[in-house]
Design a protein around this ligand. Structure first.
Ligand code: AMP
Ligand code: GLY
Length: 430
């Protein structure tokens, strides 16, 4: 089987790793891929946001299946184009991807479908937005509606901070058109989890729950990033909670999208706040999470290729499909470049020492220099996933693995999974 994989991050390396394990004779082409993926398949130059060029590539290569990593490709309508050309592709159409690309669309959809989420008001006028802030009171959340590379959300502790965020988006246009409409949103208190599910538009098959660590610094302090680490499974997301999220969140959301004649097929990611009143949606993403995927896929025993292929071909998910998982824990630590997240430095040479047992290094922002050396080429350079029988051991090995990926200016968090580690320690004491 021939698979075209679109993207170049750690998420795509994890997908490449899993798909080539699911079918050992799989022929993988990555567009554009990265040096880690190059060990598993052929990398071809490509811009994931150029759907027309990717279609030309696919018409020449004739893959049996195309798997899309980044939202940019989905927002550019890659799925619409491939389907018109009868090329099987796993992912949502541009219209269904609006669940991620327009926070205003997602909010309207959730409210119409009765999905639990924070109260929010849409604004394009700063004076009206300031009025909403005063009605809601602090803390309050200001969000750019469009795609802002994970930087479009400001959690504001005070009214003044909220006014500043409104001005920066609506008057100073720091996110360009993505911030020309904003949401003024109620602040939700709780612990966040990520629940990803495969769907054919109707049936829903959830993966294990994962938890991302979006803040740059230990103890979840500092600025937001794309994600500094993740782990799975999350003990607060037991089977009852996952069933509840499928019933209260995924099923009504997918039904509302079908009613709007844009059924969602592919991988739907719900970012959830587990509040005192139960799970409420923080955001949806129209694709696999990064770095959640790097923690989840090493735990998945059953095939990912088969359900992806079935969805892409329009056959629907196999009835009563249940994914099989290893009875173990996975912890993923991201190693980041100097200056990340503001201004990541490129070109630092990378040296990889011996990794601990049951540890995987997924490449992200790496490149091979003309002289054949591995060097940094992006903010998140790599992700080290450790799988172990105890949570504490997975944490330890993941941090140890991160330490062995060395380059100037490297930084990483050594406390990935700290909440879960406390829970395991408490359970062991009781
Ligand atoms: P998003 O890009 O929508 O995932 O938001 C980034 C982060 O901001 C989330 O992971 C949350 O930690 C935080 N956040 C977003 N919306 C809210 C909210 N309504 N209440 C509390 N925190 C939020
Ligand atoms: N880890 C958050 C995301 O993929 O958007």
């Amino acid at each position: 089987m021939k698979v075209l994989l679109v993207g170049s991050g750690g998420r795509e390396h994890a997908l490449a790793w899993k798909l080539t394990r699911d079918d050992e004779s799989l022929e993988l082409i990555a567009a554009p891929g990265n040096p880690g993926i190059a060990a598993l398949g052929r990398c071809v130059k490509a811009d994931p946001a150029d759907a027309a060029a990717l279609l030309q590539l696919a018409l020449a290569e004739k893959p049996d299946l195309t798997v899309v990593g980044p939202e940019a490709a989905l927002a550019a309508g890659i799925v619409d184009r491939f389907r018109q050309a009868s090329l099987p592709i796993f992912g949502p159409t541009r219209a269904a991807a609006e669940i991620e690309t327009s926070k205003a669309f997602a909010k309207d959809l959730m409210i119409a479908a009765g999905v639990p989420t924070a109260h929010a008001v849409r604004h394009t006028d700063p004076t009206a937005a300031r009025r909403s802030v005063r009605e809601l009171g602090a803390p309050v959340v200001i969000k750019a509606s469009g795609l802002a590379a994970g930087k479009g959300v400001v959690v504001c502790g005070s009214i003044e901070e909220a006014d500043q965020a409104i001005d920066s988006m609506l008057l100073e246009s720091i996110h360009g058109a993505a911030g020309s409409e904003i949401l003024v949103e109620e602040f939700m208190q709780g612990e966040e989890i990520s629940l990803l599910a495969l769907t054919d538009g109707t049936a829903v098959v959830p993966l294990l729950a994962a938890q991302d660590h979006k803040r740059l610094l230990e103890g979840d302090a500092g600025p937001n990033t794309g994600g500094m680490g993740a782990y799975a499974p999350v003990s607060i997301a037991d089977a009852a909670l996952i069933d509840r999220v499928v019933g209260e969140v995924f099923t009504p959301t997918l039904s509302a999208l079908r009613d709007r004649r844009s059924p969602f097929t592919g991988l739907l990611y719900a970012g959830l706040m587990i509040t005192e009143d139960g799970p409420r949606v923080v955001e949806f993403n129209c694709r696999f999470g990064d770095p959640e995927t790097q923690a989840l896929l090493p735990l998945l025993r059953s095939s990912l290729l088969e359900p992806m292929n079935a969805v892409a071909r329009g056959d629907g998910l196999p009835p009563a499909l249940e994914l099989q998982w290893r009875n173990a824990f996975a912890v993923t630590t991201v190693v980041a470049a100097a200056g990340y997240p503001e201004t990541p430095r490129k070109g630092d040479l990378i040296e990889i020492g011996d990794l601990p047992d049951e540890t995987l290094l997924f490449h992200a922002g790496t490149t091979v220099t003309p002289s054949g050396q591995l060097a940094t080429a992006g903010g998140r350079v790599g992700a080290i996933t450790a799988v172990a029988d105890t949570f504490a051991e997975a944490c330890r090995r993941s941090a140890e693995g991160a330490e062995r990926v060395r380059f100037a200016g490297r930084h990483f968090r050594t406390d990935i999974g700290w909440r879960e580690l406390h829970r395991h320690a408490r359970a062991a004491r009781d």
